[in-house]
Design a protein around this ligand. Structure first.
Ligand code: FAD
Ligand code: NAD
Length: 405
C-alpha cells in the first residue's frame, strides 16, 4: 500500500508543533512526512522585538530544525515555497522539483501589512523575521555610530519612530528604552539628543486591552523617554521620516529610523495559490481545513477563525498557532490511519502577557491582572513553555530564559 505523503509548509510555531506531534503519533511505515522551510532554523517570532532592539542576540532567538525533528520519520527540505497548485496537489518551490502531497499543512506564518501606505515598504523596517530584526538592530547602531563621526550633527538621526502601539510596538519600545542608554554610552552620544516616538492611530495605546494595565505600560515607557502620539495615523514614509495626521492636521516627523509595527497579514503564498482568503488568511472549517479542499489544513497566522462570542476573528498569536498544530497533527493521524474522528479546534486562551523590557510586563492570565516583576517572570515562563512544547527539556536547557529578572 502506498504511504500517504504529508507535506508541511513552514517551521514556525504552527508547522513545527504539527510535525513534532505527528512524528510521535505515527510509525515510519504509515506516512512520509516532508517539512519545508525557508531556513534550516526555527525562530521564536515572539522574541523578535528583543533581537530587533539588540537586547538579545539573534542566535538566542533561533534553533536548528534538525534538533527537534525525528529525521527517521521527517524529511526536511530547505527552500522557499512559491505557490501551491491546489488542482494538481503540488507545491512549487524556488530551488527544488515540485512536491506532490496527499495531505498538506500550510503554516507559512505572518508578513508585515503596510495597507498600501506610501513609502513604508521602501523606507520603514518591520519586525518580521530574524534577518529583518538583525537589520533593525544594525541600522539603529549605524545611526548612533554615524552621528558620533559627523562634523555637523544631524539630530534626527537619533530619532526612532515606532508605528503602532499594539503588542509588537509596545514590546519593542520596552526593549528599546533599555538599549538606548547602552548605545549612548557605547558611542558617546548625549541621551538628551535621542527621541523615541510611538505613533498610534487609535485613541489609546494597546486598543482593547485592560485600561489600567495600559496606563501602567504608558507610564513606564514615558518615564524612560517614549513620546506617544495617540490618535495619530502614519500617512506616508519618506527617506527623511514620516508624515502623520491628527484631526486633519498634517505633520512631518524627521527620523533616522522608522519601524512599522502596525499590522500583520498571512503569507502572500495564500493569495498566489488561489485560496479564498482575506489578507493572506483562510477562514478554515472547524477541523482547520481550507473550504473546498479537505486535504489542505491551514494553521497559525495564515488561518482565520471567528470568535463566536465577539463575532470577530481571533488575533493571530503563537498561543493559537501551537494549539492548532496539536489538533492538526491529531487530525492528520486520523486521516492517515483511516480510523477515528476528526477533532474540531477550540482555542483555549490562557491570557496575554506583554513585556516592557526584560524586567517588567503587564498581563491578564487566567482572567487575573498582573504587572511588574510578577508579570515579567510569567512572560519568561511562557517563553520557556513554547520551547518545551516543541523541543522538550533539552531545548529549554539550550535556549531557555533562566535569568528571570
Ligand atoms: P511564523 O512564526 O511566522 O512561522 C512561519 C515560518 O514559515 C517561518 O519559519 C518562516 O521562515 C517560514 N516561511 C514563511 N514563508 C515561507 C515560504 N514562502 N517558504 C518557506 N518557508 C516560509 N504571539 C503570542 O501568542 N504571544 C506573544 O507573546 C507574541 N509576541 C510576539 C512578538 C512579536 C515581536 C511578534 C512579531 C509577534 C508576536 N506574537 C505573539 C505573534 C506570533 O509570533 C505569531 O502569531 C506566530 O509566530 C504565528 O506562528 P506561525 O507558525 O503561523 O508562523
Ligand atoms: P496589531 O494589529 O495588533 O496592532 C497594530 C496597531 O497599529 C494597532 O493598535 C493599530 O491601531 C495601529 N495602526 C494601524 N495603522 C496605523 C497607522 N497608519 N498609523 C499608526 N498606527 C496604526 O499588530 P501587532 O501589534 O503587530 O500584533 C500582531 C499579532 O501578534 C496580534 O495578534 C497580537 O496579539 C500578537 N502579539 C502578541 C504579543 C503578546 O501576546 N505579548 C506580542 C506581539 C504581538
Amino acid at each position: 500500500l502506498k504511504k500517504p505523503n504529508v507535506v508541511v509548509l513552514g517551521a514556525g510555531y504552527g508547522g513545527l508543533m504539527t510535525v513534532t506531534r505527528l512524528q510521535k503519533m505515527i510509525g515510519v511505515n504509515e506516512a512520509s512526512i516532508t517539512l519545508v522551510n525557508k531556513h534550516d532554523y526555527h525562530y521564536e517570532s515572539t522574541w523578535l522585538h528583543e533581537a530587533a532592539a539588540g537586547t538579545l542576540h539573534h542566535e538566542r532567538v533561533r534553533y536548528a530544525i534538525a534538533d527537534v525533528i525525528d529525521q527517521s520519520k521527517v524529511k526536511f527540505i530547505q527552500d522557499t515555497v512559491e505557490k501551491i497548485n491546489l488542482e494538481q496537489k503540488q507545491v512549487l518551490l524556488q530551488n527544488h522539483e515540485p512536491l506532490t502531497y496527499d495531505y498538506l499543512v500550510v503554516a507559512l506564518g505572518f508578513e508585515s501589512e503596510t495597507f498600501g501606505i506610501k513609502g513604508l515598504k521602501e523606507y520603514a523596517f518591520s519586525i518580521a523575521n530574524v534577518n529583518a530584526a538583525r537589520q533593525i538592530r544594525e541600522h539603529i547602531e549605524y545611526q548612533f555610530a554615524t552621528y558620533s563621526t559627523e562634523e555637523e550633527k544631524r539630530d534626527e538621526r537619533l530619532t526612532i519612530v515606532v508605528g503602532g502601539a499594539g503588542f509588537t510596538g509596545i514590546e519593542f519600545l520596552g526593549e528599546l528604552v533599555n538599549r538606548v542608554p547602552e548605545l549612548c554610552r557605547e558611542y558617546d552620544v548625549d541621551p538628551n539628543k535621542v527621541r523615541i516616538i510611538c505613533v498610534e492611530a487609535a485613541p489609546t495605546v494597546l486598543p482593547g486591552f485592560d485600561p489600567e494595565l495600559v496606563e501602567y505600560a504608558v507610564n513606564v515607557l514615558e518615564k524612560k523617554g517614549v513620546e506617544f502620539k495617540i490618535g495619530t495615523a502614519i500617512k506616508e514614509c519618506t527617506p527623511e521620516g514620516i508624515i502623520v495626521s491628527k484631526d486633519d492636521q498634517v505633520e512631518e516627523i524627521k527620523a533616522g529610523t522608522v519601524v512599522w509595527a502596525a499590522g500583520v497579514r498571512g503569507s502572500h503564498v495564500i493569495d498566489e495559490s488561489g485560496f479564498e482568503a482575506m489578507r493572506g488568511r483562510v477562514k478554515v472549517d472547524p477541523f482547520l481545513r481550507a473550504p473546498g479542499h479537505e486535504d489542505v489544513f491551514v494553521v497559525g497566522d495564515c488561518a482565520l477563525i471567528i470568535n463566536e462570542e465577539t463575532n470577530r476573528p481571533y488575533p493571530p498569536t503563537a498561543q493559537i498557532a501551537m494549539q492548532q498544530g496539536e489538533v492538526c497533527a491529531k487530525n492528520l493521524a486520523v486521516l492517515i490511519r483511516g480510523q477515528g474522528e476528526l477533532q474540531p479546534f477550540k482555542p483555549d486562551l490562557k491570557g496575554t502577557v506583554c513585556s516592557l523590557g526584560h524586567d517588567d510586563a503587564i498581563g491578564v492570565v487566567f482572567g487575573k491582572k498582573i504587572w511588574g516583576a510578577k508579570a515579567s517572570v510569567m512572560k519568561k515562563v511562557i517563553d520557556n513553555r513554547a520551547l518545551y512544547l516543541i523541543g522538550g527539556p533539552t531545548l529549554v536547557a539550550k535556549k531557555g530564559k533562566f535569568k528571570l529578572l
